[in-house]
Design a protein around this ligand. Structure first.
Ligand SMILES: [Mg+2]
Length: 82
């Protein structure tokens, strides 16, 4: 099974275990993608290129979490749109 299919299957399972399908429509997923993208941007706001490099050394996991949030909502949107 390719990686995307495997991740998609896990996302569906996670969603269904929490009965969240009722909240998963294209509008809510699109809004959520932008909110998470904004959370990602907050890590870099006002920092110089050098400051970003320093910041990432200490905060890479937090940044990765935001990237994962974006990817998760993006995949959820793809699931909904089939
Ligand atoms: Mg987030």
């Amino acid at each position: 099974m390719n990686k995307i299919k495997e991740i998609t299957k896990k996302i569906k399972k996670f969603r269904d275990e929490r009965d969240w399908m009722q909240f998963h429509d294209p509008k809510n997923m699109a809004i959520s993608i932008i909110i998470e993208a904004s959370e990602l941007l907050e890590h870099f706001q006002w920092k110089t290129k050098e400051e970003v490099q320093q910041y990432l050394k200490a905060n890479k996991d937090e940044v990765k979490d935001e990237i994962a949030d974006i990817a998760m909502y993006l995949l959820n949107l793809l699931i909904i749109l089939d």
